[in-house]
Design a protein around this ligand. Structure first.
Ligand code: G4P
Length: 189
């Protein structure tokens, strides 16, 4: 379903950037998101997940769609320097956006990520994997267990997915794009 939607509506706006803002990360098709959430539950539902972790902004909607099946809370890492609106007592890390070429701090309040949590990381895109690495770093600091990583769209021609799989992390991507050369989107099967 996701692949069909990408094939029908997504556009390649740079050699390695896919625009999906018509259904995923600006205007949101909630029916589609519900199906993505259901699929993540099919894949990870037997893994005793107690929390879903993502990073603001676009990951939040997908994480919430999944959480409604898992019946667990969503925790999202906040971007930027922590301030008085967030507990001083935070786990923090850094993520580098290769598309925007900026490094951003992310943080999560310690009290929302106890060591006995079993965490599923969810995000919309996996490109270089910097966001997922930052989230895994935070999980490591907390002592919680990382059950796996669920991604809506993995760009398989960028290194993030391979690096995570080499580390032995269970990674499930719902659509994997093998190439977008010349604006033609090809999926790995
Ligand atoms: P990485 O997290 O895997 O390392 O990827 P990268 O640095 O390249 O991505 C930075 C941001 O761009 C992330 O969002 C990511 O979700 C998004 N992104 C990566 N590749 C694509 C793409 O092909 N198309 C679109 N539309 N987005 C892409 P972010 O900066 O954290 O922003 P937000 O939208 O979640 O707020």
């Amino acid at each position: 379903m996701l692949e069909e939607r990408i094939a029908r509506e997504a556009t390649v706006i740079a050699p390695d950037v896919l625009r999906v803002d018509m259904f995923l990360n600006h205007m949101i098709d909630t029916d589609l998101l519900g199906e993505l959430g259901r699929e993540f539950y099919r894949l990870f539902g037997g893994d005793a997940i107690t929390k879903i972790l993502t990073v603001e902004a676009s990951g939040i909607a997908i994480a919430c769609a999944a959480a409604s099946y898992f019946r667990v809370p969503v925790l999202f890492a906040k971007k930027g320097r922590s301030n008085k609106t967030l507990d001083a007592d935070v786990y923090s890390s850094e993520i580098h956006s290769f598309t925007k070429d900026v490094t951003t701090g992310i943080s999560v309040a310690r009290r929302f990520l106890p060591a006995d949590d079993r965490v599923l990381v969810i995000d919309d895109f996996l490109a270089h994997g910097s966001a997922v690495r930052g989230l895994c770093d935070i999980i490591g600091q907390s002592g919680a267990a990382l059950a796996g990583v669920g991604i809506a769209i993995e760009k398989g021609f960028q290194p993030g997915g391979a690096v995570l799989r080499e580390q032995g992390i269970r990674l499930e991507s719902l659509a994997i794009i093998e190439s977008m050369d010349g604006g033609e989107i090809r999926f790995s099967r």
